[in-house]
Structure formats: C-alpha cells, structure tokens
Design a binder for this molecule. Structure first.
Ligand SMILES: [Zn+2]
Length: 365
C-alpha cells in the first residue's frame, strides 16, 4: 500500500491578498499559530494563546479558497444570557471574569478541516455480524403464584467475509489543524449540512486558522476516514448489521483536497495571577466552556475579615464582660465566626481543583 500523490503547500508572502477577501497571513510571535486576517494584525490579540498581538508573516498553505463554510448563525451579543449563566456559579470570581467582558472580547474564528474526495480500489476482509432474535421465558414467583415472563433478546451471529471494493467517496472531513482535537471536544464535530459554498462575505471579519496539518500530515487520518466509510459500505453490501476486524488493502485514486471552515468564538479573562484563560463559545448554542477559576485572593480577604471579626468578638466576650449574657453571646458568635472563616478558602481551593485548563497543541505550557 503506497501513499497516493498528495497536493503540496506553497509559501504565501505576508503581503498577499487571499480568497478574494483581502485576507493576509499573520502569526503569533508567542505560540506560533498562523491566521488569515483582514485588517491590521498588530491590533489583534492572538485568540489561541492571548499572550501577544499578531504580526504579518508569510505562511505555508494551499492558496485555493475553501469549498464550504459553516456561517456564524448568530452574533456573539445574542449569547450574553449564556455568559451570565456561565460566570454566575463562581462565588468569589476574579474582577475580569464578567459576562459582559467575555462577550466584548470574543473573537470569531474559523477552524479548517480538509474535505477529501477520492476513489478506493482494493481487497477487504472482516467479520460481519447478523442480528437474530432469541425468545426465552423466565419464571418468577410473585408471592402467591409463579408467573412466566417472555423476553426477546437480540444476539449477533458473526461470519467471516471478504471481497473487493471499488468506490468513490466525497467530502470526508478530517482536521487540518493540530488544535482540532482540543477544540472539537468543546464545539463538536462540524456538520457539513450546515455549510454553504464559499463566498468572501461569509467570513464576516473572522480570523481563519491556517492549516498546520498539510495534506501529507493529515493523510493518515484521512485514510482512516476512507476505511471507515468503506467498512460501512461493505457491511451494507454483505447485508449485516455490524462489522468488526475490518481490514482493507487498497489504493487511492483521484484524491481531491478542499477545505471546510467551522466557526467558533474564542474569548478570555484574566485570572488572579494575570494569566489570560481561554473560554470558547459554541457558535450555535452559545454554551461557554473553559476553566472558571475562583479568586483565591478574594477568598483570603473574606477569610481574613472573618478572622478579624472573630478575634474582636472573642476579645469583647473575654475581656469586657465574660459573665454577662452579652459577653457569652459574643464568645459564641466569635467561635462560630472563627470556625466558618476558613470556608471561603476551602471553597475556592476545592472549586479550582475541578477546573481543567484549556490547552491546545499550539499553546506553550
Ligand atoms: Zn498565540
């Protein structure tokens, strides 16, 4: 099985205008992520790491415009209620973790996928599973008499099959960006049924991630998609309902690589230590995801105030009037306040323990 001829990428100078949309290549000097951007890159924070502004730079990519684009269905302002719901459970939050700021900072970004067409020709073998039903009866004693319960169970009969396949598949989507795995966990796989043929207006000033998985790097994943599609075809052709241990020895012909762009919003906030934490906003549901860190600094301040109040109450109780009813009350309240003073710190520590930082392959740790 040899690797079929794959299209190569070109060096595109930073002054180029791409895809009839005044898009220019730019990159992040901190994390190295490349973007296509309309307008001045120097005025745009990198929406991958948030640590530097973009700078014009040449890029390695295929110059053709994408075939399909999934347009942003709604503006990010529509998602303010979702942002409020997202920050609301964080009791002591950093000053910057506010719904309004997350929405203001949100940047529309497109994630590229390869859409691969091609013809598969070769030999296959697999275990094909055929469903059949077995009726059984169970006898159960209900306290006064025995009852017979009939159940129908579906089982699978496996049979070895082999054959030849020659078939063309179209638009098999496979990631063109190394950040795709981390991103797709949060925004889900693209649905090509939501896409439209590319037009420059569809980009709406969004940034486009430059594919950092060129066809030769993306080919193993694309071939796996072909094998998966071929397995489904062979299962249907064999008349089975299941397939396992599918093996394909095939050659791939007439491969065509185009691109599909999938939208998402990237935003961020500064945590207690001044680090920008990435938050993603789902372009369809508006659901926000990412680490919602509590402010441990605020927790210490609240705990500190509570301890101070406890000390004052205990001092009043013990020194001023230890045996008076007021003194006893002061001691009781002082002890209760002292015990509960640790709660904010413990809460913040426990809350942050359950937040997972958003990391993609292109973010230096
Ligand atoms: Zn960056």
């Amino acid at each position: 099985m040899s690797t079929p001829p794959l299209p190569s990428v070109e060096i595109i100078p930073e002054t180029s205008q791409l895809w009839s949309a005044s898009l220019q290549p730019a990159g992040c000097p901190h994390c190295g992520t490349g973007f296509l951007i309309t307008g001045d890159p120097a005025g745009q924070r990198c929406p991958a790491c948030w640590k530097a502004n973009l700078a014009p730079q040449p890029a390695r990519l295929r110059p053709e415009a994408p075939e399909l684009v999934i347009p942003f269905p709604r503006t990010v302002r529509d998602f303010l209620p979702q942002a409020q719901k997202f920050v609301q459970p964080v009791w002591l939050r950093p000053d910057d973790l506010q719904a309004e700021r997350l929405i203001q900072r949100a940047v529309p970004v497109y994630l590229p996928h390869w859409l691969v067409d091609g013809r598969v020709k070769g030999d296959w073998q697999a275990q094909v599973g055929f469903d059949y039903q077995v009726q059984s009866s169970q006898e159960r004693y209900t306290g006064s008499n025995w009852q017979v319960q009939k159940t129908v169970e579906t089982r699978i009969r496996w049979e070895p099959r082999l054959g030849q396949i020659e078939r063309r598949y179209e638009n098999l989507a496979t990631p063109a960006s190394s950040a795709a795995n981390a991103l797709l966990q949060r925004i889900g796989a693209p649905d090509p049924r939501q896409s439209k043929p590319y037009q420059p207006e569809l980009l709406q000033n969004a940034l486009v991630r430059i594919p950092d998985l060129p066809p030769d790097s993306a080919w193993p994943a694309a071939r796996a998609r072909f094998e998966q599609a071929a397995a489904e075809s062979c299962q249907v052709a064999a008349g089975g309902q299941n397939i396992d241990q599918f093996r394909l020895d095939a050659e791939y012909h007439a491969l065509q690589w185009t691109q599909l762009l999938q939208p998402y919003y990237a935003s961020a906030y500064r945590d207690d230590d001044g680090r920008l934490q990435t938050i993603l906003i789902h372009p369809f549901s508006g659901e926000l995801s990412g680490p919602r860190l509590a402010s441990t600094r605020k927790a210490w301040v609240v705990s500190g105030i509570a301890i101070l109040i406890a000390v004052i109450l205990l001092a009043i109780g013990l020194i001023a009037a230890p045996l008076s009813p007021l003194g006893i009350l002061a001691i009781i309240f002082g002890l209760v306040t002292a015990v509960s003073a640790l709660a904010p710190i413990l809460w913040a520590w426990n809350w942050n323990r359950h937040q997972t930082p958003f990391l993609t392959a292109d973010q230096p740790r």
